[in-house]
Design a protein around this ligand. Structure first.
Ligand code: 2NE
Length: 270
């Protein structure tokens, strides 16, 4: 499979193949821990995925065979957040989480090793997770002076239940790919050398489905959990579809033509 670069970055790889974008956190020396630069680049890549019409599904993964992502880079964890090159403390991985959730296209976490701490939350917020047999899952926050009480807590609990979510956070244990699958956080576990093929097969299967149907279902599944912000996204999608109707065009046309709009000619479906 020939992945073609979309744009060059320093701490991630950003490639495409046949309508699928692959974003790879590329810091294997540090188990793909993220710095503020990594998260900025991830944000830029996800923004490009949103804009590029030819991209229909996104894969998120980590470089090498050891880690998907080990969370925030402890070397730059300082007071107030992870310190960027200008000395500003940041928690910008939270923006990446929101982007993944709001992206109107499916995102698959291709978990190729450790998904730990903030790296574990990154896989949680993806729409689907496919893991290799060597993948290990867990939170470490309370062990290393951190926590994610946002999606990392409530979304995790929706997935695995309250008792299990509390166990995962309070004890900071590590779980195998099979355990994670049994808990409902992983869709499928495959041998490491089949991981990418499996993810591409799932992506290609989704690409045979209606993109707008997938977009609306994603928004609907999010809306129940995301409150007003989730409804806003679903409502925005409904507005987008409404704008395709002649009835919506009539309103705007009538205003510009300085006449009363005639909405009676459009069907009133029961
Ligand atoms: C990931 C894990 C379990 C891997 O263990 P192992 O034994 O396979 O590797 P090792 O030797 O621990 O790590 C290899 C190298 O990667 C570095 C290590 O320091 C080590 O470097 P050297 O000793 O060779 O110089 N490395 C690994 N993870 C790193 C990290 N996160 N930052 C910087 N360097 C890292 C094991 O390495 C592990 O437990 N890592 C730490 C996981 C962790 O606690 N992450 C932060 C959680 S908090 C968070 O991510 C977060 C949040 O809670 C809320 C908001 C935003 C972020």
């Amino acid at each position: 499979r020939q992945w073609k670069p979309i744009r060059a970055f320093e701490e991630i790889l950003f490639e495409e193949y046949n309508g699928i974008a692959k974003i790879t956190i590329n810091r294997p020396r540090y188990r793909n821990a993220f710095t503020p630069k990594t998260t900025l680049e991830l944000s830029q890549a996800f923004a490009i995925c949103r804009e590029l019409q030819r991209i229909r599904v996104v894969l998120l993964t980590g470089a090498g065979d050891k880690a998907f992502c080990s969370g925030g880079d402890m070397h730059v964890k300082g007071r107030g957040g992870y310190i960027d090159e200008e000395g500003v403390p940041r928690l910008s991985v939270l923006d990446v989480q929101m982007q993944i959730r709001r992206l109107p296209k499916p995102v698959i976490a291709m978990v190729n090793g450790y998904a730990i701490g903030g790296g574990h939350v990154l896989h949680l917020v993806c729409d689907l997770t496919i893991a290799s047999e060597n993948a290990i899952f867990g939170q470490t926050g309370p062990k290393v002076g951190s926590f994610d009480a946002g999606f990392g807590a409530s979304y995790l609990a929706r997935m695995v239940g309250q008792k299990k979510a509390r166990e995962i956070w309070f004890l900071c244990r590590q779980y195998s790919a099979q355990e994670a699958e049994r808990m409902g956080m992983v869709n499928k576990v495959v041998p490491f050398d089949q991981l990418e093929d499996e993810c591409v097969a799932w992506a290609e299967e989704m690409m045979e489905r209606s993109p707008i149907a997938l977009r609306m279902i994603k928004a609907g599944l999010n809306a129940e959990l995301d409150g007003q912000a989730g409804i806003q996204q679903l409502a925005g999608d409904a507005t987008m579809l409404y704008y395709f109707l002649d009835e919506a065009q009539e309103g705007g046309k009538a205003f510009l033509e300085k006449r009363k709009p005639d909405f009676d000619k459009y069907p009133q479906i029961p």
